[in-house]
Design a protein around this ligand. Sequence first.
Ligand code: SF4
Ligand code: SF4
Length: 143
Amino acid sequence: MYSKIVILNFPSEVAQKALVCQLTKKYDLMFNILRADISNKREGFMVLEISSPAKADFKKGVEFLKTHGVSISHPEHQIFKDEEICTHCGACTAVCPTEALYIQRPEMEVIFDKKKCSVCELCILTCPTRAMGLFSKTGEEVS
Ligand code: SF4
Ligand code: SF4
């Protein structure tokens, strides 16, 4: 299964169209909306995890969105977890919308699965020890 997190930016003229639903109908793609701010007649965005049995179908779906005026980007930053600072208190697991942070039992360790992270940054705001941070894809820490 091919899976990728993408950010869709909708110009106001297409914000009211049900383009994302067409991904399933036309290309058999599955999607999970991780974050969204979109409404009729104004610009909006969605952070989607799109999954597909074949990468080729994923590409066709992305092309379909682009031809309808949706611009697509990938998260510019990545989240990291500093294992030396983390106390495994579990606070971040309560706010993580994608289950990228979860408690592994019976060890009760908090595990970070980077592949599931949507870079929503909620864990950074929640972590009492500042173990969660943000860095750019060039490796530079940004918060
Ligand atoms: S909130 Fe911070 S200290 Fe607590 S488990 Fe998550 S990363 Fe570790
Ligand atoms: S940024 Fe933090 S809270 Fe948001 S999806 Fe990634 S790990 Fe979860």
